[in-house]
Design a binder for this molecule. Sequence first.
Ligand code: GUN
Length: 278
Amino acid sequence: MADILDGKKLRDKIFENLKIKLDKMPIKPTLAVILVGLDSASQIYVRNKKKTAEKLGINSLVIEYPENITENELLKKVDELNNDKNITAILVQLPLPKHIDKFKVIDSISPDKDVDGLTPYNLGKLFAGEEPYVYPCTPKGILILLDEYKINIEGKHVVVIGRSNLVGKPVAQMLLKRNATVTMCHSHTKNLSEITKTADIIVSAVGKNVIGEKMLKSNCVVVDVGIFKDENGKVRGDVDFEGVSNIAAYISPVPGGVGPMTIASLMLNTVELFERNL
Ligand code: GUN
């Protein structure tokens, strides 16, 4: 049976240390989160971010807009937050409504307040092999989780499924930097299982049930980034957990794997930006 990559346990350990650090700070960081529209998953994520920040002693500010806000109004708000000395970190929750150019909005965030590490400045630094202000939250959380379980990355064949800016592309770059051999797969990849069968480590960030035990080699490490509700309303990941547990060496559960690590990274990034800008 596979060992569990327990993101919840590691998150709690990270928060314990972060709380001690924050308790000693005379001035605390302030995280501003912009939420547009009524996407139910986004609402839950944002509520969770605010609650977590407050528990740790990070100030938080959630700015909510209706679905029909204009791009200009949103850009004006980001500009205002960029120039507000009391705001130390800015996050624009994705997805944004279709009439808003998400790239224009993300690009407008000041790189030294870009807590998601998604601006062209920070992603560009990452892709050039330089140090960005901060690393994107989910990829950072995945690497912290693998390191906690002492999973060797160097020289390993890592197959990343999904090519988003939030997860697939940055995690691939971070793994390359750690000397993995990285293969990127996506919706147009042919013979996916031929490729996944050669993987030492799989990172799946699709949002659909795509990985079964027959697609993997034994003793591989499986990181499941996907999260969605199935037809019965059950929260699931990309991976058939029961089947894959029989052959993998390690597997991250959904929920309780990558999700808690993403929020842990967000809090770490908030503190890192604050300390850098002091
Ligand atoms: N939507 C889903 N995950 C994320 C994330 O990590 N950051 C932002 N900004 N939006 C998201």
